[in-house]
Design a protein around this ligand. Structure first.
Ligand code: SAM
Length: 302
């Protein structure tokens, strides 16, 4: 490789560790390793994730029985500590103490990347605030896996996690996303996929393309795409398509002005049922990006 002007002519000797370039003989070097685990296919546990788990003094796991099964499948036996949304705050101090004492501690969730709609946020925050080392062992994540096969724009996307459980709140959240130009990404379980799709179809209508990625990396992996009302019908007609775990992706709002106007009109029509015309036009303009005056004029002409 020809060195660029001013660049050193020899490559660096070894990767440097910015936090601790020279091993410190006094301070122990504990580390919290945030380890991604498979979302289905066990072969998706990376060699580095396997090594990190095998060498960990302790594995903090969302559900110890679940992680025990993964460890057993990989021929590992390590001490486990339950760390889930109900006890995370209570466990943080004990885990920090062990990190300060120099232990290598792995954090895993039941599937995929910890903290992505999974526990671990409080522990990671606290470890960082305490100046302790936190290092990722990246790997599977359902949202990223789904985007990689959806064929929807993925240069920018908005990860929304789980929608509210109740229909009213869910529709409200979806309404608030009507003008979002980035591809929308949601997690959903089998219990609510149909009602969630129903609400999405009511809010976004025919025009938006959507993709449902079901049971990725598993036996019944299915990726369906089409307009939302069509997907609702597909799932309604086939209960098997309602089973398993889902990532729902919805095309973002159109960015060109004609399309924004159409979108604005649609939103205006929905809001107009509940609000005075001027307020509805103002909100519809904000959500769609269409000019308020143009929107108002088109609607009052009609
Ligand atoms: N931390 C995980 C990750 O990195 O993707 C997500 C955990 S969240 C509690 C579980 C949700 O992720 C499921 O309800 C589903 O929406 C999605 N999910 C997990 N595994 C999946 C799979 N194999 N196929 C499709 N969606 C999946």
């Amino acid at each position: 490789m020809t060195p660029r002007h001013g660049a050193p002519s020899t490559p660096p000797l070894a990767p440097t560790n910015p936090q601790s370039p020279i091993p410190n003989p006094v301070l122990p070097t504990g580390c919290l390793h945030v380890v991604a685990t498979p979302i289905g296919h066990l072969d998706d546990l990376s060699p580095r994730a396997l090594k990190t788990l095998a060498e960990a003094d302790l594995i903090c796991a969302e559900d110890t029985r679940h992680t025990q099964q993964l460890l057993a499948a990989k021929g590992l036996k390590r001490p486990l500590l339950a760390l889930h949304e109900h006890n995370e705050s209570a466990q943080v101090e004990a885990v920090l103490a062990r990190l300060r004492a120099g232990e290598q501690i792995a954090l895993v969730s039941d599937a995929g990347t910890p903290l992505i709609s999974d526990p671990g946020f409080r522990l990671v925050c606290a470890a960082r605030a305490a100046g302790l080392k936190v290092s990722p062992v990246p790997g599977p994540c359902a949202a990223i896996a789904a985007l990689s096969v959806a064929g929807l724009p993925s240069d920018r996307f908005a990860f929304e996690g789980f929608l509210p459980a109740k229909s009213g709140a869910r529709r409200e959240r979806l309404q608030s996303l009507l003008g979002e130009p980035r591809t929308l990404v949601f997690y959903e379980s089998s219990h609510r996929i149909l009602e969630c799709l129903d609400d999405a179809a009511a809010v976004f209508g025919e025009a938006r393309r959507a993709v449902i990625a079901r049971e990725l990396t598993k036996l019944f992996e299915t990726v369906l795409d089409g307009p939302l009302p069509q997907l609702v019908e597909l799932l309604r007609a086939d209960p098997n398509q309602q089973r398993g775990e889902f990532v729902l992706m919805i095309e973002g709002a159109p960015e060109d002005s004609d399309a924004a106007l159409r979108e604005g009109q649609r939103i205006f029509a929905v809001l107009r049922e509940h609000l005075p015309a001027s307020k509805a036009a103002k909100l519809a303009a904000e959500l769609s990006g269409a000019p308020r005056k143009a929107l108002y004029a088109v609607v009052s002409d009609g």
